[in-house]
Design a protein around this ligand. Structure first.
Ligand code: RIB
Length: 320
C-alpha cells in the first residue's frame, strides 16, 4: 500500500503558442480547469495503475475543493486523510506552449496548513512506501520523513519544486527523484566537492545520502544510481508531446507502484519512464495518466522490448 503525503491543487491551464517572456503578455488560444497538485497527481497516477493508495493533504472550503478531488475519487484514491481547512484550495496557473513546454506558478492555499500530525500512526504502520514532494511546508515533509524512517517505512521524495535540502533531510530518503533542473539544486548539498560530470555528481549524491537517486531526463531517458554506486540508464521514448505538465508526477506514481510490486530497479525505471512518456501525449496532469491496460497496449503497439510490464520481463539498456 502506498501513502502519498502531498499537495492538492486545481490547475488553470492556458494553452498558448509560446510561453511569455518576463514582462510579456501573450494571448492563450484555449483554457481549461483540471485537478492537479504534485501530491494528488502522484497518488492518481499510482491508483490508475491499480495500486491501493491513500492521500494525506488538505483542500480549502471553497468551490475549487470539489474539482481538486474529483478524479482522485473516480480513481479510487482513499482521501479519508484529506482535511478541509478554512480558506482557499491550492491552485496553479499552468501555461502550456504549442511545443508542449510549461510554466507553473502555485498558490499553496490549504496545502500550507498541512502538518505531519495529519499522517496517522495507524496509516503509517500499513504503508509500504511513503511518497512526498516539496509543495507542502518543509517542516511537515521533514517530520513525515523522520516518522517514516523511525517506523521502518520506505520513502520516496520528489524534490519538486526543488529546494537545496539539508543533508539531514536527504538522509531520511530511500529514493530521491529529480529532473535535471531539480538535480542541479539538490546537488548543492555536496557543496565543496569537485565533480567530473553529471554521472559522478549522481554517484556522489547517492553515496552521501545513502539512497537511490533517480534523474529523469525527458525524452533522453532516466538515469539512476544506487547508494552502492551502481549506475543504470534507461532509454527514453520519443512521443508527440502535447502537454508535459505532471509528467514527473506520473513518473513518480508509476515508480512507486513498480517498487511496491517488487520489480527490479531497472524494470521500475522502465515502467515509470514509459508511463510518463505516454502521459505527455494527452492534456491535463491527471486526465492524461494511463491505466495499466492502456500502458501495456501502448507498449505493445510501440513494439517495446516486452509484451507486458506485468510479466517482469522488461529488457532495458543499463550501465551504458
Ligand atoms: O507537476 C505538475 C503540478 O505542479 C500541477 O498539477 C500543478 O498543480 C503543480 O502542483
Amino acid at each position: 500500500m502506498i501513502t502519498v503525503f502531498g499537495s492538492i491543487n486545481v490547475d488553470l491551464v492556458l494553452k498558448c503558442a509560446k510561453l511569455p517572456q518576463c514582462g510579456e503578455t501573450v494571448l492563450a488560444h484555449a483554457s481549461f480547469i483540471a485537478p492537479g497538485g504534485k501530491g494528488a497527481n502522484q497518488a492518481h497516477a499510482a491508483a490508475r495503475l491499480g495500486a491501493t493508495v491513500h492521500l494525506v493533504g488538505a483542500v480549502g472550503n471553497d468551490a475549487m475543493a470539489e474539482t481538486a478531488l474529483s478524479l482522485l475519487k473516480v480513481a479510487g484514491v482513499d482521501i479519508g486523510c484529506v482535511a478541509q481547512f478554512d480558506g482557499t484550495t491550492g491552485c496553479a496557473s499552468v501555461a502550456v506552449s504549442d511545443a508542449g513546454d510549461n510554466q507553473i506558478i502555485v498558490a499553496s492555499g490549504a496545502n500550507a496548513q498541512v502538518t505531519a500530525a495529519m499522517l496517522p500512526d495507524s496509516l503509517l504502520a500499513t504503508t509500504q512506501l511513503l511518497v512526498l514532494q516539496m509543495e507542502l511546508p518543509f517542516a511537515a515533509t521533514h517530520d513525515a520523513l523522520t516518522r517514516a524512517r523511525a517506523a521502518g517505512v520506505k520513502t520516496m521524495l520528489n524534490n519538486a519544486p526543488a529546494l537545496a535540502l539539508p543533508l539531514a533531510t536527504l538522509r531520511l530518503i530511500d529514493v530521491l527523484v529529480v529532473n535535471e533542473g531539480e538535480f542541479a539544486v539538490t546537488v548543492g548539498a555536496l557543496e565543496g566537492e569537485a565533480f567530473d560530470g553529471v554521472e559522478s555528481q549522481l554517484t556522489a549524491l547517492a553515496r552521501a545520502i545513502g539512497a537511490t537517486v533517480v534523474l529523469t531526463r525527458g525524452e533522453h531517458g532516466v538515469w539512476a544510481t544506487t547508494a552502492q554506486g551502481e549506475l543504470h540508464k534507461v532509454a527514453g521514448h520519443v512521443v508527440q508531446a502535447v502537454d508535459t505538465t505532471g509528467a514527473g508526477d506520473t513518473f513518480c506514481g508509476a515508480f512507486a507502484v513498480a517498487m511496491v510490486d517488487g520489480f527490479s530497479l531497472v524494470q521500475t525505471l522502465a515502467q515509470a519512464n514509459a508511463c510518463a512518456a505516454l502521459a505527455c501525449t494527452e492534456w491535463g496532469a491527471q486526465a492524461a495518466q494511463p491505466t495499466r491496460v492502456a500502458l501495456n497496449t501502448w507498449l505493445q503497439e510501440a513494439k517495446f522490448n516486452s509484451k507486458s510490464i506485468a510479466s517482469k520481463s522488461m529488457n532495458t539498456q543499463t550501465n551504458g
